[in-house]
Design a protein around this ligand. Structure first.
Ligand code: 1CP
Length: 335
């Protein structure tokens, strides 16, 4: 059994390190490939290149886990929405149409995502047996933020859209869950060991809707994973002290912390779950002294419990790869 899966399912105290967005724009070898491949969706669907990009950070830093190079927006793409990535602005999706959404079928959906499964197969065959291959999905709420264009600006939701009775949120969420479970199963069948469920915009949900938009959908997906014995990690970013409710309601195998969560609070309140991450990726832009001090806080807090060293969100594009290398070395030598 791969290292990360072992920690998650057996709650063993053993060492493991990987970083969110470890394959990405901070690596010159990624930027070089990206320049030659301006269409991001096409790049994600190029199985050989997606596998090569997945393995880039493993070659450089000898991390314990690889995360497949893909995107959470491949699911809306496979459900028929056009997805484009605008430089310096982010993703843009064509208008959501309920009639088109309802007309989707599972076979067609899996066919569109088949190149991702092929990329996982290729990667698994090249990755050391002890290393884990992480696959992922976006949680329904976070996908809806993009699919229905719910954001007013960077940190605010357009509440009027949430009150719109014409949008059948529950129906859309339940349909999405079905497709997301198919995508999880497809990735696991292809050789992934663990699934991470990104709810990156959970922090923007109004309190009165957090049950319906965050806890319940995540719980249904985790329930599916447990039934199929698929090791899972949830990441409801930005919900602060509600991490405790989330943990009680959803009961995932692993929980990724964000930088707002005090590691000592997490250690005391989030029990019987494997904790992962938390370190602010911005500290990688500071002096080595502050970086190692911050890393020490997490490593000391979680010394006696199973903990996967990782970040509180993805590596920033301006990160110096040598700093990442030094952080991995620091972690390996930490006593
Ligand atoms: O070169 C480029 O311009 C593309 C940048 C890029 C990359 C490298 C995007 C566009 N996606 C990715 C890969 C990606 N996305 C991975 C790969 C594996 C790895 O971690 O190494 C993963 C796990 C994701 C997941 C993802 N995509 C999330 C959830 C995690 C998070 O960062 O919060 C989200 C929200 C997205 C949407 C997305 N994809 C890309 C962008 C610029 C965005 C928007 C982010 C935003 O709205 O702030």
């Amino acid at each position: 059994m791969s290292n990360l899966k072992n920690i998650l399912l057996k709650k063993k105290i053993c060492k493991s390190v990987w970083f969110m967005r470890q394959a990405g724009r901070y690596l010159p070898e990624f930027r070089e490939l990206r320049l030659k491949n301006p269409n991001f969706i096409e790049l994600c669907l190029n199985s050989d290149l997606a596998s090569e990009i997945t393995l880039q950070p493993i070659k450089r830093f000898n991390l314990d886990s690889a995360i497949i190079f893909s995107d959470i927006l491949m699911v809306p793409y496979a459900l028929g929405q056009e997805v484009t990535f605008i430089k310096d602005e982010g993703p843009k999706l064509s208008e959501f149409r309920m009639d088109n959404f309802s007309r989707n079928n599972k076979l067609e959906f899996s066919k569109k995502l088949a190149p991702i499964y092929k990329a996982i197969e290729i990667t698994r065959s090249k990755l050391d047996k002890e290393k884990s291959l992480v696959c992922f999905i976006g949680a329904p709420w976070t996908l809806l933020v993009y699919m229905l264009n719910l954001k007013k600006n960077k940190n605010e939701i357009n509440l009027e859209k949430l009150e719109n009775k014409d949008l059948k949120f529950n129906l859309i969420i339940n349909k999405l869950i079905e497709y997301l479970c198919i995508h999880i199963q497809g990735q696991i069948n292809a050789g992934a060991d663990v699934v991470q469920i990104f709810d990156s915009w959970a922090g923007l949900i109004p309190d009165k809707s957090i049950q319906d938009f965050c806890y319940k959908p995540n719980a249904k997906i985790v329930e599916f994973c447990k039934k199929k014995q698929i090791a899972n990690i949830c990441f409801p970013k930005g919900i602060n002290k509600k991490f405790e409710n989330f943990h009680q309601m959803v009961k995932p195998d692993g929980l990724n912390l964000d930088p707002e969560i005090d590691p000592l609070w997490a250690r005391d309140k989030l029990i019987n779950v494997v904790l992962q991450g938390g370190l602010n990726p911005k500290v990688l832009l500071k002096s080595e002294e502050s970086l190692f001090n911050e890393a020490t806080k997490y490593l000391n807090a979680f010394k006696e419990i199973p903990y996967v060293f990782n970040l509180g969100h993805g590596l920033l594009p301006e990160t110096d790869p040598d700093k990442v290398n030094n952080l991995v070395k620091f972690y390996r030598n930490f006593k």
